[in-house]
Every structure is written in structure tokens, then in C-alpha cells.
Design a protein around this ligand. Structure first.
Ligand code: SF4
Ligand code: SF4
Length: 484
């Protein structure tokens, strides 16, 4: 690609949000993308670079996202599929969100938990209620949770979050165990991030929502989150606090997708430049309806075809980063983007506070009227597992890396060497086998066992194949929790 001079006010290694997410550079990159998207020679050069898993700069990625040529688009999708298979194999990791509290002092206009919403039921789970929720999640088969809570120093102080994490890790029901707790809570201090790290969290997740400062300030009129720099620099503080794995994301549709797409990649470049390791995951939620929220107020809502392109180009641009999609998306959209780069999905989720324990009483996924957003994919976890198997993916409940100390740059170097797929596949088979033995319906068990047999034969390394085979036998005999 031709030499590019970035705008003077842009420095990816700066610690200041307005410098590493330079508005000037985003606008220049967006202009560059729009004016070069029809340049097929340039697009082909960028695709060749992507094919080698070298990642792309935000400007290169923006050109691809704007390219509308159908032949080049198909090539882009095909490279995205190849990279995904090469780096991660065909496993899809499953998790569930657990909403602890919808008390929130912020004023985010797109979220029903905002302080001014007086008709949503406010609820915070007690430790006993959390225990019941975790038992219900374990009985579904989940091993990995993402806990969510609004920002409220009175109702949800950090001590409450830390106590909840201890409670979650402490619950053992039958063969169930939550082995990794990821945390999605508001931006906080280095000291608090250190406490979260000491509590043994997996990934710290925080969505930027939008990188456009002016738009951000309009969408966040009140509360601590209204401070753009405080929010945007949160991942820096998390890493300074010793958290190795951070997950970033935007809420596509709050601003133009191109602005936020470029901002997201600049954020990844910043973490790499400043800390030597990019984000562990990128999430790609889209704005969708919820109590008190009318998507008609968001004219930048992203259509499906653009969304697929965004996922594919992210896979090319940050090949070593996990990509997450939630049950906001319908089954058909999930089917498309799983192929193009998604590596983690939620399943059997509820987006309200409480309710897993008495799911029978639930109405439309919105227990006690506290859902943060509407769910499109309402299938049970067993149905999701069966569906993934039908499509040739291995549903995985693996949590091995974090428990083996493969985090941060240690994890990234394994992915970059192409070695992680060699762990992902056997771990997926072992954890799927646990699921099939303990939680699956008859139909899913039958399909799953056939998949395990097929995939076991396909493990290329002889030693690994034999070890996996022995451990699968051990699981059939009642042992649990093996990992590579
Ligand atoms: Fe609170 Fe988060 Fe909702 Fe904003 S998005 S109102 S911070 S829960
Ligand atoms: Fe994720 Fe590591 Fe397990 Fe692969 S081996 S699925 S990267 S935790």
C-alpha cells in the first residue's frame, strides 16, 4: 500500500484518548477509504497482505469495508474463512451473560438501565440469588460467564462485584463449575482493576459504545460515564492494574459504522503500541430495541450486509483477536458471521437481572421487566449446541488458556505461531464430551458423539490424538476437567 502520512495529532502510543483516538485521523482515514474503495489494485494488495495473517492497519481495513465490488467481496469473505480455520480451527466457544444488577447512575440514552427510566424494575441479586442463578447456568452446561452490572457506587460497589465473583467460583453443583468469569462493569481505577485481577477474572470487557467524542457526549449526558477520556482510557488503566486480557467493542448503529469501525481498530493499535498486546476479544453488538428505547432514533443502524462485511474485515485486520457475538443477533445472521470470523457466542442467554433459576416463569426473555436489550436468538443452550454441530462447528466450553496462564502476550504469541488451534480442538472435544455426558438431550448427545469421533480422527498430532482419546475415555468413566 502507498505510504500513508497519518494526521499530526495522531499517536497510537499516547496515553491520551484524544490523541490515540484522533478524530482528525479517523476522518482522514474515512475519506481515504471512500476515495480508494474502487481502486481494485489497491484492494487486491490489501487482500494479499491480509492472506498472510499479518493484520491490517485501520486505513487498509477501512478501504476493504467500503469496497462494494462483489468479486472482491467474495474474495475477502473467503480469506476471512481461511484465517479463521487456520488460527482457531472449527471450534466455537460458548458463554452466558449473568446480569447482577440493573441499578445505574448513568444516562446512556440507548440503554433502558439509564437513571431516568422510572418504569424499569430495579433489582440487584443477593449472594443467595447469585448462587441459584449459577446452579441453573451450570445445569444448562455453562462453564464460562460474563457478569454484567450497571454503574452505581451505592448499590453495586466494587466489593459487591468481588464478592459475587467469589460466590460464582465457589458454586459446585453436580459436575458443574464455572471455570472462567469475565467481567463487564464500568470504567474504574487502576487500584480497582488490580482487585479484579486478584479475584481471578478472565477478560475485562468494556464497550466504547462510540468513539466519536461529540456523539459520545450527546449519548451520555450524565453520570461518570459521560467523561469520554475516563471511559476511553479505561483499558490502559486495566492493563496498568495487571489485567492481561481486555475485550473492546462498539455498539454499532450509535454513529456511522465507518467512524466506529476505524476507531475500534485504532484502539486495538493503541493497546498493541503501548502495552505490546492488543485486545483479547472484540465484540460486535448492534443497536436493537429494548424497553424505553426506540431504534427509530438511531438512523445509523447497520444493515446485515454491512454487518457481515465488518465481521469479515475485522477477522482480516486483527486475526489474532477473538470475536464475540451475542443473542441480539438472529439465528440466520449468526450463521453467516460464524463462518466469517466469530469465535465466541452466547447461548441460552437472558439479558435481565435474575431469571435463569426460574426460567419457566420468564416471559419473552424479560424477567421482571429488566431486560437490557431484546434477544433475537431465544433457543436453549442444547438447541444452540445441536445447531453448531449440524453446521460442522465444535461447540466448546473450554476455559483452558486462562487457567494455564496463557494470557496477554503469552497467549498472543501462541496464536501468532499458529499453535493455539492445536489446543483449541482437543479442548473443545473434551469439554463437549463433558457437556454430552452431563447435560445434553438424547438427540444432541447422539450427534455430538458422532462429531467427537470424527474430529478425534482429524487431530493431526499423533501424541495429542492419543492423549485426547484417553481423556475422552476418562470422561466417559466419570472424570472431569481435563485441559491442554
Ligand atoms: Fe448503565 Fe451501562 Fe446501561 Fe449505560 S449502558 S445505562 S452504564 S448499564
Ligand atoms: Fe480459548 Fe485457549 Fe480454549 Fe482455545 S484453548 S478455546 S483459545 S481457552
Amino acid at each position: 500500500m502507498e505510504a500513508v502520512s497519518y494526521s499530526d495529532r495522531y499517536d497510537p502510543a499516547s496515553s491520551r484518548a484524544e490523541v490515540f483516538i484522533s478524530d482528525e485521523e479517523i476522518l482522514a482515514a474515512a475519506h481515504f477509504a471512500r476515495t480508494h474503495a474502487d481502486d481494485s489494485m489497491l484492494v487486491r494488495r490489501i487482500l494479499e497482505k491480509a492472506r498472510g495473517c499479518h493484520g491490517l492497519t485501520h486505513r487498509e481495513a477501512a478501504v476493504l469495508v467500503e469496497c462494494r465490488d462483489p468479486v472482491l467481496t467474495e474474495e475477502m469473505f473467503s480469506i476471512a474463512r481461511d484465517i479463521k480455520r487456520k488460527l482457531y480451527g472449527n471450534r466455537i466457544v460458548l458463554f452466558a451473560p449473568l446480569y447482577l444488577s440493573d441499578w445505574c447512575v448513568n444516562g446512556c440514552v440507548y440503554c433502558p438501565y439509564h437513571l431516568q427510566n422510572k418504569h424499569i424494575a430495579r433489582r440487584k441479586l443477593t449472594q443467595d440469588e447469585i448462587r441459584r442463578e449459577v446452579i441453573a447456568l451450570q445445569d444448562m452446561g455453562h462453564k464460562r460467564l460474563a457478569i454484567e452490572a450497571g454503574e452505581d457506587p451505592v448499590h453495586n460497589p466494587l466489593e459487591y462485584i468481588l464478592e459475587s465473583i467469589r460466590t460464582i467460583y465457589g458454586v459446585r453443583h453436580g459436575n458443574g463449575a464455572i471455570r472462567r468469569v469475565n467481567v463487564n462493569i464500568a470504567a474504574t481505577t487502576v487500584e480497582n482493576y488490580r482487585k479484579l485481577r486478584d479475584a481471578g477474572i478472565g477478560t475485562y470487557i468494556l464497550f466504547q459504545e462510540t468513539y466519536d467524542k461529540k456523539r459520545y457526549e450527546k449519548l451520555h449526558p450524565s453520570g461518570p460515564k459521560s467523561d469520554y477520556a475516563w471511559h476511553t482510557e479505561a483499558m490502559d488503566r486495566a492493563m496498568e492494574g495487571g489485567i492481561d486480557d481486555v475485550g473492546i467493542g462498539v455498539l454499532f448503529g450509535l454513529d456511522t459504522y465507518l467512524y466506529d469501525f476505524i476507531g475500534l481498530l485504532m484502539h486495538a493499535e493503541h493497546l498493541e503500541a503501548r502495552f505490546g498486546v492488543g485486545p483479547h476479544t472484540v465484540s460486535v453488538p448492534r443497536i436493537c430495541p429494548a424497553d424505553d428505547i426506540d431504534t427509530g432514533n438511531f438512523p445509523d443502524a447497520v444493515p446485515d450486509d454491512v454487518f457481515c462485511r465488518i465481521v469479515a474485515v475485522l477477522r482480516l485486520a486483527v486475526p489474532y483477536t477473538g470475536m464475540i457475538i451475542s443473542t441480539r443477533e438472529s439465528q440466520s445472521v449468526r450463521e453467516k458471521v460464524l463462518e466469517l470470523g466469530i469465535s465466541q457466542i452466547s447461548g441460552g442467554s437472558l439479558t435481565s437481572v435474575g431469571g435463569y433459576a426460574d426460567r419457566g416463569a420468564e416471559s419473552a426473555g424479560n424477567v421482571s421487566g429488566t431486560a437490557q436489550f431484546d434477544i433475537s436468538d431465544r433457543r436453549t443452550l442444547d438447541e444452540i449446541v445441536g445447531w453448531l454441530i449440524d453446521m460442522g462447528h465444535i461447540p466448546s466450553f473450554c476455559t483452558a488458556c486462562y487457567r494455564e496462564g496463557r494470557t496477554g502476550d503469552r497467549f498472543m504469541s501462541l496464536v501468532k505461531d499458529g499453535k493455539i488451534a492445536g489446543c483449541c480442538q482437543p479442548n473443545a472435544l473434551l469439554t463437549l464430551m463433558e457437556y454430552l455426558q452431563d447435560y445434553a438431550s438424547d438427540d444432541t448427545r447422539r450427534k455430538g458423539l458422532a462429531l467427537v469421533r470424527r474430529e478425534l480422527d482429524g487431530i493431526p498430532n499423533e501424541n495429542m490424538r492419543q492423549m485426547t482419546s484417553r481423556r475422552l475415555e476418562d470422561i466417559l468413566a466419570g472424570s472431569r476437567d481435563f485441559r491442554f
